[in-house]
Design a protein around this ligand. Structure first.
Ligand code: MCA
Ligand code: AMP
Length: 496
């Protein structure tokens, strides 16, 4: 095999490893060797279908073992993996396909008709392995000579909106992904004895590059759930040594009577991230289980930046220390000058984890990625006197709901285009289950009417369902500051 930086780091030498990697409850077990073999068949298929090194392979599929194999196959073929949330509508996906120009698009069978006529070759893959992809791969040999890829070569593009609200493809190199996962294996003490309960989606950094890459590297195994299902979680936790989740995972588990110290007696590590965890959840979790959840901080553009320690104090309300090799700088958002410890400012990050830039958007890249290598996160925070990083707010206009990022600008644009709407402001309100939920304040033209049901019916074909407002307030005017900027904090205070 040629040197392929990411694949070699994740799975090099595992071609004949018969140990179990993936356990799918009510499904099959998959060994390392089986997954590597399937990824080889799929890599051969990609090549046979004309996917060249550097080409994008866009994937919008239900979570499955085959989808993990497709990720690995794309890496092996030297192509660029581009995963998309299954909730995205045709209209949303179209933007990504036009921007990324993938050579291949893999989607669910029941949605293939929506993508008739697109430029990319379309294959299908369903959650049970059905669709056109797998039968085509069956005819291929599992042996595949990996395409050579160097550390700085592109491995994946993940779309995110950064600080501006416009969706941009974050370009992640082989080494961005590998170096960060290697660091986390060490920092969180993952070994081949680990069994990770995997219930996150695999189209985001958390479920794919953190959870999955870590397990591949350490040689452990995963209990692979299609989604977060409370009963399945309760059933599987006694077999797990570790869990990674968004705060909603933990609040839902805590609210269940079956969740107690005994159920998790075998678990050594609970990790939370993607959204802020309330201090009370930390406290309740420790009371219920004796475990302190390990909270860490990451971003699509940077993978993981900081983490509370494995040993030592996991400080509630903090996201811990910069990971080894990662630098955190707190700066004045206006001038960019570095602030002293204890002062609140913009969190900036530099290290081997920081992405290469935004796909085909050098001018946007230049706004967020400094020439000195520091990435401007849009998160506000400070470093305390013991070196712990605290996130204290977000300068970017973003709602995080159940760990999904929702950009108000996108929703406002769609609402403003509706008949009878003068203007709108979308903001986050506290939600006990999802952390934040989407609310919309709308100003109507004289005589126009709009209710929640009409609003959501109009938005449904355009926006993924998780972005639909759960609350609508009709106002005569939006609150604005002296500069004319809508005061979303006022809306939050009034209607949250
Ligand atoms: C589902 N729904 C939601 C969400 N999820 N609405 C708002 N926010 C959500 N997160 C809606 C669906 O559209 C549906 O609406 C209804 O809720 C029920 O859908 P279902 O699929 O049953 O939802 P669920 O099982 O309750 O899902 C909640 C969840 C899930 C388990 C919290 O959203 C989840 O797995 N979130 C994890 C996201 C994640 O991995 N984030 C990492 C991003 P309707 O009835 O109208 O159809 S990576 C990242 O952020 C960085 C790098 C980092 O630091 O990790
Ligand atoms: P994404 O765009 O999906 O990469 O989301 C990254 C954003 O999630 C960060 O910029 C933070 O605002 C937020 N985030 C991730 N982890 C945490 C955490 N532990 N606490 C607070 N916010 C977090």
């Amino acid at each position: 095999m040629g040197a392929n930086h990411l694949f070699d780091g994740l799975l090099g030498g595992r071609e004949t490893d018969s140990r179990i990697l993936l356990r799918v409850p009510d499904g099959d077990d998959w060994s390392y060797a089986e997954l590597v073999g399937l990824s080889g068949r799929l890599a051969n298929l990609l090549q046979a279908q004309g996917v060249e090194p550097g080409d994008r392979v866009a994937v919008q599929v239900t979570k499955s073992v085959q989808a993990i194999a497709l990720y690995l196959a794309t890496v092996r073929a030297g192509a660029v993996f581009l995963p998309l949330n299954t909730a995205y509508t045709r209209a949303e996906v179209e933007y990504f396909l036009e921007d990324a120009e993938p050579a291949m698009f893999v989607c669910a069978s029941d949605r293939a008709a929506e993508f008739d006529g697109i430029e990319a070759r379309v294959l299908t893959l369903d959650g049970d392995g059905g669709g056109s992809l797998m039968p085509a791969a069956e005819n291929m040999t599992p042996d595949f000579t990996n395409v050579e890829r160097a550390p700085q070569d592109l491995a994946a593009i993940l779309y995110t909106s950064g600080t501006t609200g416009l969706s941009k493809g974050a370009m992640l190199s082989h080494d961005n992904l590998l170096s960060n996962a290697l660091t986390l294996v060490d920092y969180w003490r993952f070994t081949s004895a680990d069994v990770l309960l995997h219930a996150l989606p695999i189209f985001h950094t958390h479920g794919l590059f953190v959870a999955t890459n870590i397990i591949l590297i350490c040689g452990g195994s995963m209990i692979f759930l299609a989604r977060f299902d409370l009963d399945a979680m309760i059933e599987q936790l006694p077999r797990a040594t570790s869990l990674m989740g968004v705060p909603t995972f933990y609040t839902r588990l805590l609210a269940d009577d079956r969740f107690d110290r005994e159920l998790v007696a075998h678990v050594r590590l609970f990790v939370s991230g993607s959204a802020p965890m309330l201090p009370e959840t930390h406290v309740q979790f420790e009371q219920a289980t004796g475990h302190r959840i390990l909270e860490r901080y990451g971003m699509t553009e940077t993978n993981m930046n900081t983490s509370n320690p494995y040993e030592g104090e996991r400080r509630v309300g903090s996201v811990g220390f910069p990971l080894p090799g990662v630098e955190i700088n707190i700066t004045d958002p206006e001038s960019g000058t570095t602030l002293a410890d204890g002062e609140t400012g913009m969190i900036e990050v530099r290290g081997p984890n920081v992405f290469l830039g935004y796909w085909r958007k050098p001018e946007k890249t230049a706004l967020e990625l400094r020439a000195n290598g520091f990435f401007i996160t849009g998160d506000m925070g400070m470093i305390d006197s013991d070196g712990y990083v605290h996130i204290l707010g977000r300068e970017k206009d973003l709602v995080i709901s159940g760990g999904y990022n929702i950009y108000p600008k996108q929703i406002e644009t769609e609402i403003d285009a509706l008949d009878g709407v003068l203007e709108s402001a979308v903001f986050g309100i506290p939600d006990p289950d999802l952390g934040e939920a989407v609310a919309a304040a709308v100003v109507l033209e004289d005589g126009a009417t709009l209710d929640q049901e009409q609003l959501n019916a109009a938005l449904k074909p355009l926006l993924a369902r998780f972005k639909l407002p759960r609350k609508l307030v009709l106002l005569d005017e939006l609150p604005r500051n002296a500069m004319g900027k809508v005061q979303k904090n006022v809306l939050r205070d009034r209607y949250g």
